[in-house]
Design a protein around this ligand. Structure first.
Ligand SMILES: C[S@@+](CC[C@H](N)C(=O)[O-])C[C@H]1O[C@@H](n2cnc3c(N)ncnc32)[C@H](O)[C@@H]1O
Ligand SMILES: Nc1nc2[nH]cc(C(=O)O)c2c(=O)[nH]1
Ligand code: SF4
Ligand SMILES: [Mg+2]
Length: 210
């Protein structure tokens, strides 16, 4: 007798976790709201300006049981869980989202959209990257498009993804942190000319919270 194993009957029970912290969302539409962040290890995109390069190698981070991750999250009063990384969609996130929902969390994801979507999401923040393009179906499903502006050619590139997004999708421009002094004035001018876009600053870095 042979054993048949399909994708649907393999349950992910552990995930590599780089760090977990309860803080305020520093970026985008939910900026300023209390949220529990779960940063998963592993990324194959390789942005040269990435502010969390230690996350890239999944093997460097301990594999934790989903039940333990969610139990720890539930110790805090906030009920927004933000799954980030690394690139969180390198992992199957169905079981993590199910368990978070069972505990009353709203599930938010920060993703480059470059790996297939898994999980059930109350909010999808898509931050597309030139280094590994997002998949078209994720562009359609994103609630928020957040484009990092590293140089002035990135505005035209941002418009390409705005055109692929659904009509409900909020549009944000976020200066690359090291170039914020140079890029923020250009972003402000751009938003004044193109008011469908909004400014996203990484406010956690200004107020020194994680
Ligand atoms: C570290 S990434 C992890 C999630 C996912 N890999 C992604 O890129 O969306 C979280 C967010 O930080 C943004 N980000 C990363 N490095 C940045 C930097 N140097 N300046 C501004 N934003 C940055 C990303 O674009 C993304 O929106
Ligand atoms: N406070 C805070 N807000 C964030 N929003 C997105 C973040 C991320 O790294 O995904 C992040 C983060 O690292 N900290
Ligand atoms: S996709 Fe996200 S985690 Fe990966 S290198 Fe780019 S910013 Fe960093
Ligand atoms: Mg961050």
């Amino acid at each position: 007798m042979s054993l048949v194993v399909t994708n649907t009957n393999i349950q992910t029970t552990t995930l590599p976790v780089m760090e977990r912290f309860y803080t305020i969302q520093g970026e985008g539409y939910h900026q300023g709201r209390a949220a529990y962040f779960i940063r998963l290890g592993g990324c194959d995109v390789g942005c040269h300006w990435c502010d969390v390069k230690d996350s890239w190698d999944a093997a460097k981070h301990p594999k934790l049981a989903i039940s333990d991750i969610v139990r720890e999250a539930a110790q805090h009063p906030g009920r927004i869980a933000v799954i980030t990384g690394g690139e969180p969609l390198m992992h199957n996130l169905d079981a993590l989202c199910d368990t978070l929902h069972e505990q009353g969390f709203r599930t938010h994801i920060e993703t480059s959209g470059s790996s297939p979507l898994s999980g059930q999401w109350d909010w999808i923040t898509l931050s597309p990257k030139k280094f590994k393009a997002p998949l078209p179906e994720i562009c359609q499903q994103a609630h928020e498009l957040k484009v990092v502006i590293f140089n002035k050619t990135d505005f035209a590139w941002a418009e390409k993804y705005a055109a692929l997004a659904g009509g409900h999708c909020r549009l944000y421009l976020q200066p690359e942190w090291e170039k914020a002094a140079e890029m923020t004035p250009l972003i402000i001018d751009y938003i004044k000319e193109h008011p469908e876009w909004e400014l996203s600053l990484q406010i956690h870095k200004y107020i020194n919270v994680p």
